[in-house]
Design a protein around this ligand. Structure first.
Ligand code: INI
Length: 161
């Protein structure tokens, strides 16, 4: 018989942290609100929610890894906006955020989801932070709930990861 593993969307027994980049703060606030909205709607209790702010998206992985490794949370949601503008800085910051968040998740074994917008301009970011294209913070929080539940239902690792 085939075994299928899927994470459900009940957050009522989960402790979840949001790590948010203050750079492009208005966008960051929209993403945090979207994530909180999602977590609340799916049953995560207010006392099981944590929010930490970092200066920019480059710093998200370090703080996400610290919180994930604390044993205090079942999942971490990273949110922020990296806006291309005119500078090659974009590629370094966006690249470090994506790679670092992935590595932090693999290293800690705790789901850390990627709610970081990478857009050409501020208008595109605003559209994805509660505007007409939705809210990437909400989506990343939903993925965090699903992953946290999936990880508890999967077989336990027998070898070093
Ligand atoms: N940080 C962001 O979160 N978004 C950006 O668009 C951005 N740009 O374009 O520079 C940005 N830079 C700051 C960076 O994340 C670090 O905080 C900074 O370099 C200090 O380490």
């Amino acid at each position: 018989m085939t075994r299928t593993y899927e994470g459900g969307f009940d957050g009522s027994r989960l402790r979840v942290a949001i790590v948010a980049s203050r750079f492009n703060e208005t966008i960051g606030n929209g993403l945090v609100q979207g994530a909180l909205d999602c977590l609340g709607r799916h049953g995560v209790a207010e006392e099981d929610l944590f929010v930490a702010w970092v200066p920019g998206a480059f710093e998200l992985p370090m703080v996400a890894a610290r919180i994930a490794s604390s044993g205090d949370v079942d999942a971490v949601v990273c949110v922020g906006a990296v806006i291309r503008g005119e500078t090659p800085h974009f590629d370094f910051v966006a690249g470090q955020a994506a790679t670092g968040i992935g590595e932090a998740s693999m290293r800690t074994g705790i789901p850390i989801t990627f709610g970081v917008l990478t857009t050409d301009d501020a208008a595109q970011a605003a559209e994805r932070a509660g505007g007409k294209v939705g809210n990437k913070g909400f989506d990343a929080a939903l993925a965090a709930i699903e992953m946290a539940n999936l990880m508890t239902s999967l077989p336990k690792p027998q070898t070093e990861l």
